[in-house]
Design a protein around this ligand. Structure first.
Ligand code: HEC
Ligand code: HEC
Length: 686
């Protein structure tokens, strides 16, 4: 009732339809909470809340109350976790489910070059859809597949086109769900096609003709698909099944401690100008992104000059109410500062102006600072807690930065799970004088005068001071969208049912993926692998072995015995590697190749690199030369009488000599030699 029903029953949420006498299941009925409870039970998965029907249904776009279904799914998950765990920590363990079987070979991939799209589908969408799906249109509507910029249009169009189904021959293809007869509906799973054929979304012609429009769209996608050469994998390789990153099992919220959330931002929406608060604690303090703020791949926002993310003052009032009540708080972030020179740069602040605040976490060059208004500090939160200069706490790299506050210690800062050791000069106090009219603001001050530059991947505000152990737990849980990728390998090779190589995969940034910690695991809990040799794992992308980032070629493991457990499998390598992205996370298709798996061996041949020596440089060189730096040193010694063994001279000579050209080439003589020689002359004179 408290954690779930109270949140879903209002009529602007699920109660609008799933109320008493309304749409069944009536889990949101307000007349009898016991009946609502009975209706809700079959729709939650107690052992794995993330797989609950509620979460999947809402995440799939069913009546989400904000614009982004993934935000509703995350919020729904928090409510269910709080219910199931009775408000304790959410210690979800991820359940592995076998992915659909896909083969690496013979698959159609979107070509990198947009020109084929430009001559097939693009002319249609740019003609008929440009009125809205173009960023320059007065009624601009994402996705921008009709952009004037072909590359932008192509990237936006890819998720809306299905190459596999579109390539089927229309003359022999089975006809569509409506069964309206040949030539009318193709079995084309492209959204572009469906929107016209099934949903009559802006068909063209006068009067608009959805049959003709959808047929033309289908033909264009089909022509585009047929023009792509399928990628064939080298048949001699011993390879696993194939997976795209997004075929993996989402492992985002595994094992985080979140029993006292006030707000939580995961930045998973990826487009638009709102970052949703998915803490499930109402009112949601959603952030409006304004100025120079862009989304980054794999969840996050990038704050550029002039950028800010800010919640409304009315929704932000919950911070004052909930934190004044507990007398404690934690600001938890995953951030990557752009540089370590910015000062007076606010990462997260709950404040009203440059000089009035309740709480702030900021960066001051290589230090982090915390400001808190309390009975022991000023209304500006002075004096601040600032980490020591020698610590170099702030680095221009992705870090888990946490500021806690409790009434005894005041503020404490933890970076990557470790307490910086800096004590708050003001100690703790009470929050009686907090101001509830302030706003939560990220990357700046409400005045726009405390700009911070960098990437923010996660922010949570808790109304307790997390303990060191809880902070370490959240640090270990990591950040961003992570997937468990199960690469199937044939039972015939391993002798084990349902054999998989399990990787943790994530979108590292907009340009690459991180593949981490491969394990061997069987989804059959009774499986007992024995003496199974696995060596030389290579990652393949879109039909070919990736040319770089092959960190697992040295794997040489024997799976079985006490090293293998049914729950965790067996770790093959503790390493991770970064693989470049080419077609994006839903289209790049990965597979693994093995030098040996069981008794099956493929001797990997290192590609022979034919080193062509560079052509000799026959440009005529001048006959004149200059003395080398060594000769200058000797000459100066002769002239001045100061021996070259003199310590000042030899030190300076040693320092400069390595950067000077070794030969007497006149073409190599530059200002740096002149400077070095005059330095030598000066030091000899002294
Ligand atoms: C506008 C009316 C409406 C609202 C609002 C609504 N639903 Fe539904 N819901 C339906 C209808 C109609 C169905 C049956 C058809 C279907 O499954 O989509 C349904 C079915 C469901 C089912 C499927 C039950 C099953 O047994 O598979 C679930 C789960 C569900 N809704 C959850 C929710 C949740 C959670 C919310 C609140 C976020 C919500 N719905 C809000 C209309 C609504
Ligand atoms: C008059 C404005 C307008 C025009 C013209 C228009 N659209 Fe849309 N389109 C929208 C709006 C609004 C949305 C978002 C709401 C929705 O999903 O219906 C949208 C969303 C979409 C989406 C994304 C959502 C999804 O279901 O996948 C696709 C695909 C799409 N439109 C296809 C097209 C195509 C193809 C054309 C040209 C034949 C077109 N649209 C022309 C207004 C327009």
């Amino acid at each position: 009732m408290i954690n779930f029903w109270a949140n879903v029953s209002p009529s602007n949420r699920c109660g609008g339809c799933h109320h008493a006498g309304g749409q069944s299941p009536m889990f949101a009925r307000s007349d009898d909470v016991n009946l609502a409870y009975q209706a809700a039970l079959p729709l939650v998965n107690l052992s794995d809340p993330s797989q609950s029907t509620f979460v999947l249904k809402v995440g799939g776009g069913h009546n989400c109350w904000v614009a982004d279904p993934s935000a509703c799914a995350s919020t729904m998950l928090v409510w269910i976790q709080n219910w199931v765990g009775a408000g304790s920590s959410s210690t979800t363990t991820v359940k592995l489910i076998a992915p659909p079987v896909r083969t690496a070979g013979n698959s159609l991939q979107f070509p990198v070059d947009p020109s084929a799209f430009g001559s097939t589908v693009y002319p249609i969408v740019h003609k008929y859809c440009v009125g809205c799906h173009n960023p320059n249109s007065a009624t601009a509507q994402q996705p921008y597949f009709a952009s004037d910029n072909l590359q932008e249009a192509y990237l936006a169009a890819q998720p809306k086109m299905s190459l596999a189904t579109a390539s089927a021959n229309p003359d022999t293809a089975t006809f569509g769900p409506n069964g309206t007869g040949p030539g009318q509906y193709y079995q084309d799973q492209s959204r572009f096609y469906d929107r016209l054929a099934q949903e009559s979304h802006h068909c063209w012609g006068s009067p608009p003709d959805c049959v003709a429009s959808s047929t033309a769209m289908h033909e264009a996608i089909r022509t585009f698909a047929l023009g792509i050469t399928p990628t064939q994998v080298d048949p001699s390789l011993k390879i696993s099944n194939a997976l795209a990153l997004t075929d993996g099992i989402i492992a985002a919220s595994g094992s985080r401690y979140e029993a006292n959330l006030v707000a939580k931002y995961m930045f998973q929406t990826g487009q638009g100008s709102t970052a949703y608060d998915t803490s499930g604690v109402s009112p949601e303090a959603d952030l409006s992104l304004s100025g120079n703020v862009t989304w980054v791949g794999g969840w996050g926002i990038n704050i550029g000059p002039g950028g800010v993310a800010q919640a409304s003052t009315s929704a932000s009032a919950k911070f004052a109410t909930m934190i004044q009540g507990s007398g404690e708080y934690t600001i938890e972030t995953w951030v990557a500062p752009n540089n370590v020179t910015q000062t007076n740069a606010w990462i997260v602040s709950y404040s009203g102006s440059n000089t009035t605040r309740n709480m702030t976490l900021g960066q001051a060059a290589m230090q982090y600072e915390g400001l808190a208004r309390s009975s022991t500090t000023s209304t500006a939160g002075m004096p601040p807690l600032i980490t020591k200069t020698t610590g170099g706490a702030a680095q221009a790299a992705l870090s888990h930065v946490v500021l806690t506050y409790d009434a005894v210690n005041g503020q404490k800062i933890y970076v990557n799970g470790v307490y910086t050791g800096d004590a708050d000069p003001s100690k703790g106090g009470s929050f009686a004088n907090w101001d509830s009219t302030f706003a939560l603001v990220l990357g700046n001050e409400t005045t726009g005068q405390r700009q911070w530059l960098g990437v923010i991947k996660f922010v949570a505000i808790h109304n307790r001071a997390l303990t060191a152990a809880q902070i370490q737990q959240n640090f270990a849980a990591g950040v961003g969208q992570k997937f468990f990728l199960l690469f199937g390998v044939p039972t015939a090779w391993t002798g084990v049912n349902q054999s998989y190589i399990l990787f943790q995969g994530s979108q590292y940034d907009s340009y690459s993926y991180l593949f981490d910690q491969p394990k061997f695991i069987s989804l059959d809990p009774t499986a007992m692998p024995a003496n199974l040799s696995i060596s030389g794992i290579r990652i393949g992308v879109n039909g070919v072995l990736a040319p770089a980032g092959q960190a697992f070629t040295t794997v040489n493991a024997t799976v079985g015995g006490s090293n293998y457990t049914a729950a965790n499998g067996q770790l093959l390598s503790p390493l991770g590697t970064v693989v470049p992205a080419t077609l994006g996370p839903s289209n790049d298709l990965f597979f693994l190749s093995f030098d040996q798996i069981g008794t099956h061996v493929h001797a990997y041949v290192e590609p022979t690199v034919v080193a062509t020596p560079p052509a000799p440089d026959n440009t005529p060189q001048p006959d004149f030369g200059v003395a080398t730096f060594e000769r200058f040193n000797h000459s100066l010694s002769k002239i001045t009488g100061v021996p070259i063994t003199d310590s000042a001279v030899s030190n300076l000579y040693g320092l400069s000599q390595q950067s000077m050209p070794a030969g007497p080439l006149i073409a190599a003589f530059g200002p740096s030699q002149q400077a070095a020689i005059s330095q030598l002359a000066i030091i000899s004179r002294q």
